[in-house]
Design a protein around this ligand. Structure first.
Ligand code: PFF
Length: 469
């Protein structure tokens, strides 16, 4: 759609919903949600995350859709048009969004590289007779553990970089050939397939011995372990998961048809997204407890447990291959929307043709992304370097989800809640008065004005230690 430069809108609301879902669903559901729930302590993290999805993420998604459809422009142009001022400081949100996109892509392309590598490994039968120990070793090898002691040109260091570069070549090719539409059509087939495979995983995981402990971990709520950092991480995950605070959904909103109900579409997207994340959680945590993996194992959780889920199952190797292939597709779908943000910003701001802008961005991401590939583990090639007490991989993740996106989301909610006139907002939410949903619109406006921005500020100040919840 937008990647080929035409602004022709979607044929139906369903198509628009599917494409927004294509941006939301990705490694966030299958990789990040389970591992963060694991490190965040299980049920309590889940409850806090869901709270932020409903009270922060959904109002911001509605704001982004409203801004996008009202202006029919991307994040930079939208604010210029809606304020009537070509030099409005609000278009800085577009710049902040481009920054968030880069930060995410630096590490996202690296994790997508691990998924590509696992797809290849599954095809070559590397997971036959896998055990907890060998699964851990395979993951360590995939992410370049011990690279600090190796030369840069050793396979330990270069293998993760190779896969990451391959990811960027694939994403760059899709964009430059303008076949994004085809890919999006493919996502519509892949998404149900991924869903079905996840269901198979869940059934298998739930029938493993000791699966109950995994369910207890996921659903037992104990707020005692919750720290301000955990609360911030849960809020950051809600932003990251639903691709918010960076203009992606403004661009998608600009393609929505006039009869789409913007007050309910975000709710549908969020619920579908939560379902996929929960399926991943229900596949992973029973397996974690059944095989004695550490639930707080961190970013390796998916890569260690999923090969174990399939290890003792008929057609396990084939299903494992399909699982990682579909995950790679979901990651590609999300990445198309990620590269789109700096691409449209760059091409509009500096008048660079879209294709060239997309390619320049893939090169920038590859060049800086190498730092993430070498620092996913502390013993990686760049693992010894720390900035603000974090390695590059964690830093890119932290700055995007916990700083840039919440700030962007705060500004977007303020814009929709305060800068847009009440009548203008209601007009857009009611599709020019055809929907008779004034009560709902009033409720949404209250959230945009008094709940969402206040929560974002309070959580950020709480994490900085300036206030204490
Ligand atoms: N929502 C995606 C995921 O959960 O994998 C990540 C993402 C995609 C974030 C696109 C932001 C974005 F603009």
């Amino acid at each position: 759609m937008s990647t080929n430069g035409k602004r022709d809108g979607f044929s139906s609301t369903l198509a628009a919903l599917m494409v927004a879902l294509g941006s939301a669903v990705g490694l966030g559901n299958i990789w990040k949600f389970p591992y963060m729930t694991g490190t965040g302590g299980g049920g309590a993290f889940l409850v806090i995350y869901l709270f932020f999805v409903f009270c922060v993420a959904i109002p911001i998604m509605i704001s982004e859709f409203v801004i996008g459809r009202r202006s029919r422009l991307n994040a930079v142009g939208a604010f210029r048009k809606l304020t009537g001022n070509p030099r409005t400081p609000w278009s800085g949100i577009g710049f902040l969004g481009a920054l968030s996109s880069y930060l995410i892509m630096f590490f996202y392309s690296c994790v997508a590289g691990w998924v590509y590598s696992y797809t290849f490994k599954a095809a070559t039968g590397a997971f036959a007779n896998i055990t907890k120990e060998s699964a851990g070793a395979l993951f360590a090898e995939t992410i370049g553990v011990g690279g600090a002691e190796a030369s840069f040109f050793s396979s330990t260091v270069l293998a993760p970089i190779f896969w990451q570069v391959l990811v960027l070549v694939v994403v760059g090719t899709i964009i430059s050939f303008g076949v994004a539409r085809g890919i999006e059509r493919a996502i519509k087939v892949m998404m149900p397939a991924l869903f079905a495979l996840l269901v198979i995983c869940v059934i298998r995981a739930l029938t493993l011995p000791g699966a109950g402990d995994g369910l207890r971990f996921l659903f037992h709520v104990d707020f005692k372990q919750v720290t301000p950092a955990v609360i911030l991480a849960a809020m950051g995950l809600a932003f990251f998961k639903l691709s918010l605070g960076m203009g992606t959904m403004i661009t998608y909103g600009s393609y929505f048809t006039d009869d789409a109900d913007l007050s309910v579409s975000p709710l549908k997207i969020a619920i579908a997204d939560i379902c996929i994340s929960m399926l991943a959680g229900l596949a992973i945590f029973p397996t974690v407890f059944s095989f004695g993996v550490e639930p707080g194992a961190g970013p390796g959780l998916l890569f260690i447990t999923i090969p174990l889920v399939f290890s003792q199952m008929p057609f396990g190797q084939l299903l494992l291959f399909a699982f990682f292939l579909l995950t790679a597709f979901a990651a590609n779908g999300a990445m198309l929307s990620l590269v789109e943000v700096p691409t449209s910003w760059m091409s509009e701001e500096f008048n660079i043709p879209r294709k060239r802008a997309a390619l320049i961005n893939c090169v920038i991401i590859g060049a800086v992304g190498i730092l993430a590939a070498g620092s996913a583990d502390g013993s990686g090639y760049f693992g010894g370097i720390s900035v603000f007490g974090k390695g590059f991989f964690d830093l890119f993740d932290y700055l995007s989800s916990n700083v840039a996106m919440p700030i962007g989301g705060f500004c977007i909610a303020i814009f929709a809640g305060y800068l847009m006139k009440r009548g203008e907002l209601f007009d857009e939410l009611s599709n020019h008065g055809t929907l008779h949903n004034e009560g709902r619109a009033a409720f949404i406006r209250i959230l945009m004005r008094y709940v969402t921005p206040v929560l974002v500020v309070v959580i950020l100040l709480n994490a900085l230690g300036i206030i204490k919840l």
